[in-house]
Design a protein around this ligand. Sequence first.
Ligand SMILES: [Zn+2]
Length: 285
Amino acid sequence: MNVSRTLVFVGAHPDDESFGVGGTLAQYAAAGVKVYYVCGTRGEVGEVPAEMLRGFASVGDLRSHELKCAAEALGLTDVIYLGYRDSGMAGTPDNKHPQALAAAPLEEVAGRIVEIFRRLKSEVVVTFDPIGGYHHPDHVAIHYATVMAFKAAGDPLKYPRAGAAFQPQKLYFHVFPHTLMKVMVKAMSLLGRDMHHFGKNKDIDLASFVQEGFPVHAVIRLKKESVQKREKASACHASQLFGGSPRGGLLGLVGRLFGQRDSFMRAEPPVKGRRREHNLFKGVV
Ligand SMILES: [Zn+2]
């Protein structure tokens, strides 16, 4: 690529940039694209082993430090925080905190994202799918705010104080391929795992993954180096790895199943035809 290109991934917590789309972000960064992570919160509500907090003022402080490490491993140009607070899982008191991302007015969150799209002039935007991958309230909030921001950024009458209008060209949602997910959940239920209460905090309803399927319009095949960078970046988030390596547990399983490629649904421009893309910048002018 000889022209300067910019990709923005909008996520919610320190680790969303690594565990999900890390391989794709690393691959574009290595190709010379400026890749930014716009992160909604500092992961203040994440559960962290007490001994890991030593030397840090707070969980948010520790997790921002981990994100800095991951951003370096992925080759990101920068991390930009939206300044909200982690809302925790649905139904927890943290949802109601005055600074909670999930409690913030959507228009306000979108406005902060619009300012970033305009300032960075990002051609391609990537965020979560409409269920936020696994129904995390912050992921869902980021999804809707990013969609709203994408539609508003090019309109000078919207958010006039957030810089000169600039329209990003493509919007993608990172998705888990439905069929593979189905097979995986089925296999694990057969092994006797409770798929409604999965993960360290028993708060991930894996079974709900398979209820909603999103179309796959783009598949990025990852080079070995991109996979290695993602693993290195994931390892930076030690406080979220529950004592295991990124190869263990749920992440490891998902990683082995989907590790060599990332799948995306293209929201904008709308997809015509059935041909899959293998480059998120295809057609970008
Ligand atoms: Zn997250």
